[in-house]
Design a protein around this ligand. Sequence first.
Ligand code: M7G
Length: 336
Amino acid sequence: MDSAESIKAFSEKVRTFIPIEILNEDTSKKSVAILGKISNEKDFVSILLLEKSAFGLLHESSSPNPNAVNFDLKQVEQFLNSYHHSSLTENDIYSWADGSPHFLPQNPVEKKCKSLYMFESCGVKYTLIHPATEKHISKHSFQRLFTILETVQMYQAVTLDYIKNDPISRIQWVYNILESKAETDKVIYRNDDPLDGFVLLPDFKWDGVSLSSLYFIAFVTDKSIKSLRDISFSNLTLLKTIKSKATQAISAKYPDFDVRQLSFYVHYHPSYYLFHVHITNVNIDSKGCIAGRAHLLDAIIDNIENIRPDYYQVASIPLILGENHPLYTKLVNYKN
Ligand code: M7G
């Protein structure tokens, strides 16, 4: 839904956003999380996430060879010509400077015909969470990360209760996707089978353009599967179907993308307890891919198929949790 009216309403919210605090800034991702209020809705706090857009110069042209890395040199030239430079430093064979665009096209027509890549590469992706809950604030705030080994006893005594008490309202957005009430135009594959079905769509972290940062998410229709801990041999077909059907759907949608670069993984712990698989370009360097957070789908399949059917009901699982996570203190203080 990106009608002129809803874009206007969104811009108005951003324009009237009153910043309260910078929750975090990630210099490698070039992103910032700002806590604030929207001026006419002062009873709620909101979070505005800003992330500088990718250059998007790779993979933009279509090629008869799906395995080729594509780039359009005209667009690269146009991009290089659209910046002026300042703060030059030179040292031997190295020189570096800041670049700023000569101008930013303001309207969509200008954007299309004048300098699409310049515009997009210096654009910013806005994500507004409104109203934001304590959990959102904690998730987006700077925090130190710690490792924990979650035993089955810890899962049963502490984690299970936490998952059961996680309000359904937190995953309303997922239900909206599963029930075709939101993001319907984004979905590239869906199978509503109550056991082996899933819905595949772009993750909202992805700009939807740069294949170098391609990011999809597959949510299962079976709402009883909350997390990796609920996965057992009975879900083998579901997991294998996600892998094969998602690969086919992404390949059909992006013929220029080499699907051998796809990485399939599951977060434990996830932020949202309805089982889903992250499907990304393996070249993305993100905190979501690190060991202790990401469990590779192939390994999960192998564990339940070849090691033991109830692997995730008996295994101790190493975790990375931020100190603000509600489970962190409870798990750290757990005594056998
Ligand atoms: P997760 O493993 O539960 O948590 O993944 P993480 O955020 O710690 O990775 C949930 C995924 O859903 C994340 O990759 C989010 O970027 C993505 N996501 C979150 N929301 C609220 C939305 C949404 O409304 N739409 C879409 N398409 N993706 C979302």
